[in-house]
Design a protein around this ligand. Sequence first.
Ligand code: ASP
Length: 360
Amino acid sequence: MRIAWGVCMVAGMMTAAVHPAMSQGMKSEAAHHWAIVVHGGAGVIARPELGPKGEAAYRASLARAIAVGAKVLDAGGTAMDAVEATVKVFEDDPLFNAGRGAVFTAEGKNEMDAAIMDGATLRAGAVAGVTQPRHPISLARAVMEKTHYVMMAGPGADAFSVQAGLEQEPPAYFFTESRWQSLVKQLKKEGKPVPPRPVGAPPPGQTVPVAQLNEAEGSRNYGTVGVVALDRKGNIAAGTSTGGLQGKMPGRVGDSPIIGAGTYASNQSCAVSGTGTGEYFIRLEVAREVCNLVQFRGMRLQQAADEVIHKELDALHGDGGVIAITPDGQMAWSFNTPGMFRARQAEGGKVEIGIYNDEP
Ligand code: ASP
């Protein structure tokens, strides 16, 4: 049953990749099963630090986000639409380091990165260091769809988000007390100056930290988000959104918006979103590397993801993980940290949610 589906998928995949127009005509034939995998960041996530309440909050947020993507796919929507819609839910959720809840730079600002890629066409869009769009993932998609570029950065990208008619937010919108306190703690520990609270942020003591975890030692970068999806036409897509690393120098850009490093999708192989210390992911081209192993070495997806994370990333002493999906419905996650917030679901199946590395 599964093999027959896989063969059918390959036909759809080739058609979509080579003749995108023809793939539209195959719609009625293409009875692919949709699937979706999401992550909400990897890191030193320990049970005592997270606590039952924190754990429940993260599990609920993961369930809420994946349900949005699943609904899009179940209604016959595209993988691209499912990825964007799901990432937007995460970007609105202050538990995650993306959009509202993004970590602060050493100067107390939020500089966000995001990317999205369409496996059917290899078209991609990415933004780096943006400060005002409510949904950086939608800005990445606008770069893909409304410009001839793949990547835009800084003030030019912010200005384009206004031109593209995307929702704008003031710095105070992105402010969360937990992330602020975590930054202050880090800067003090490193003997660095603490910047003034952002203009418009509520006075100290008037807000409640959103989750204990954000205060925990070693947890300061948690919460980059990513989504990979397979739609009923057999097309796959990937998207990633992040505030980057807490306390980063202004202007630092991680792997998330770099096509091939933190985000990649091709119907010829797989779609991948990564999370972890971006500098390692960039040097290893982690996302594309996983896909290369699938495409050119014929590896199963899980084996390819494990190879890159547990051999190549480990060898560089890098930390993090990936989620991935193939056009024939394989889903995988792999990480070398104590935890990665994650969830997956295939059509007709239940939602599986995991946090720690001792869960399936
Ligand atoms: N990869 C992100 C970055 O380096 C951070 C993360 O995933 O935690 O910007």
